[in-house]
Design a protein around this ligand. Sequence first.
Ligand code: COA
Length: 325
Amino acid sequence: MGIKFISTGRYLPDKILTNFDLEKMVDTSDEWIRTRTGIIERRIAEESIATSDMVTFAAKKALKKGGLSPEDIDGIIVATVTPDNFYPATACWVQKQLGIKEFPAFDISIGCPGFLYGLIVAQGLLRTGECKRILLAGAETMSRVVNWDDRNTCVLFGDGAGVVILENSNDDSDILASNWGADGSLGHLLIQPAGGTRMPPTHETIDKKLHSVSMQGFEVFKHAVRWMAKSAGQALKNAKLTAQDIDVYVPHQANMRIIEATIERVGIPMEKTIITIDKYANVPDATIPLSLDWALEQGKIKRGDIVLMNTFGGGFSWASCIVRW
Ligand code: COA
């Protein structure tokens, strides 16, 4: 029995923040951001909107596209590093908003690869029969956790949510192979330092902006290329495929130069690569499902295509999944 993506949905806030808008906020330029990252604009959630709201909007679209009602779902997984609360899980708020209950609903918090970690976990729940139809989301409200005075980080991120609905199927669609991992010794290189039990919130942590993203960009860059390429290679090996067999490549969208360096190492042409960083920027856990939904809408992914998804992020952590769509 295979696993099938029955439908997808995405939600992006209406508010667009362009590089030119950022020029008025920090010492940066459209030219720097565009050439160093590939980002042109990003979406910013309205103040009243939290991560679960965006997931719910995207979920309703995915349910509609799949001809499903909320009652058809019996598992919700939300990958996010910007949850509504530490607890309950954002997935529980989504469950409430969809008006359904009495099945597992939980979050995965690892960093940008969370959506693919969620896919690997969902695969286990479906193959063992624990769940029949899972709503898997990746969603972020990064605008609440970036330091808007720090040009090194604030230009890189955006808000949004993407959802996929997965079920067991008897046709050719399937998750063919995956690879995932983490190296906790490098966690300090990409971190939101305060707010947890290591550094609980105080006036000082707030004054010092320690509740915001802190990162050593070049270190992240180097490790991202290395691990995305290595993980993609291992997933291909596990699937007994080569890079030439891949019809569509959906990479994490952290920096256009990371994507270019990775595809060169893996051996995938740019024509097969889905790019959404220009319009959405890096929406950590949401990047892959947003890109999938956009690519499907553009007709860039068709049933039967071999799709390689490939991510890297905080932890450090990485994950790759190869699916026959
Ligand atoms: N505008 C203008 N200048 C900026 C800037 C901005 N928004 N952000 C940083 N700079 C400056 C720095 O202050 C530094 O200046 P200095 O040399 O005078 O100290 C210089 O640009 C660094 O430039 P460069 O060497 O080109 O940096 P880079 O090639 O490493 O690019 C990143 C910087 C952040 C774009 C890149 O490292 C990156 O994308 N890393 C991955 C980050 C990421 O996406 N993490 C999220 C999780 S995957």
